[in-house]
Design a protein around this ligand. Structure first.
Ligand SMILES: [Zn+2]
Length: 260
């Protein structure tokens, strides 16, 4: 069994609709959190048990994808210490994670000196598209997305061959198409309807039309648009993506579940 549940999909900050970026992959035996944007822990606890969480995978260390990591780490160490789980992050970002601990560690509480380090088994992910990781029976690989910090597009494969891919935040680039190759579900950012050269190819984001082009290039089966800068753009974004991708196009609305 493999299901994708949208916990949060906003770019930048939580809204009344839900948290910033955070997704769940549900298997027969547990759940895996992909990204921990602001509001992720509260949304998770409203619907799931902490004991079911098997691991966290962070695509990149921008706050709208990772700020709640410290909230999870505090919860993992206090009031009782929970068993450590793996935390996968893009290779090269260990220092930034350590900086979280330097800022928020509590020297007078031995279990919370370095909350992230003490809560999670940190696993750097080379973004080479080759190195294979495993969590809760799902095999996955990270690919080099194009963004202002090391950003990992992800490809998860269930034992029965079903695949879910995430673009992470990215500009248009070949490794993300590789991550989404013939994926059953491709969760792709579509930050803008229109944007300038710097936003798309410098900083690194996609328009909804470009998300459709990527899905077409990859041969993905079902495109799920996410990370809209403005949630009011959902309908128009879906229409734009349908101009460049002929398969089904959905929007990642919090509370929605997709079966690959
Ligand atoms: Zn970002």
């Amino acid at each position: 069994m493999l299901e994708l549940e949208i916990l949060g999909s906003n770019a930048t900050a939580p809204t009344r609709e839900g948290p910033a970026s955070c997704y769940l992959l549900r298997t027969a035996t547990g759940v895996v959190l992909v990204d921990a944007g602001p509001g992720a822990l509260a949304a998770y606890c409203a619907r799931h048990e902490l004991a079911d969480l098997r691991g966290i995978v962070v695509t990149h260390m921008h706050a709208d994808h990772s700020l709640d990591l410290m909230a999870w780490a505090y919860r993992w160490t206090f009031p009782e210490k929970l068993a450590p789980i793996p935390l996968f992050f893009p290779e090269g970002e260990a220092e930034r994670l350590a900086a979280f601990d330097a800022v928020f560690g509590i020297p007078t509480l031995p279990t919370m000196n370095r909350p992230i380090e003490q809560s999670f088994q940190g696993v750097p992910m080379p973004r080479d598209g080759v190195t294979e990781h495993e969590v809760d029976g799902l095999r996955f690989r990270a690919f080099a997305a194009h963004h202002s910090v090391p950003s990992a597009a992800l490809r998860f494969e269930a034992p029965d061959g079903r695949t879910v891919a995430f673009s992470s935040d990215t500009g248009y680039c070949a490794p993300v198409a590789d991550a989404a190759r013939e994926a059953d579900l491709f969760v792709c950012e579509s930050t803008y309807l229109e944007a300038d050269e710097h936003a798309l190819h410098g900083h690194g984001h996609l328009t909804a039309r470009m998300a459709g082009e990527l899905a077409t290039e990859a041969g993905a089966r079902h495109l799920v648009l996410t990370h809209f800068a403005d949630p009011a753009d959902h309908d128009q974004g879906r229409a734009h993506a349908a101009e460049t991708f002929t398969g089904p196009v959905s929007v990642a609305v919090p509370g929605t579940t997709f079966v690959p």
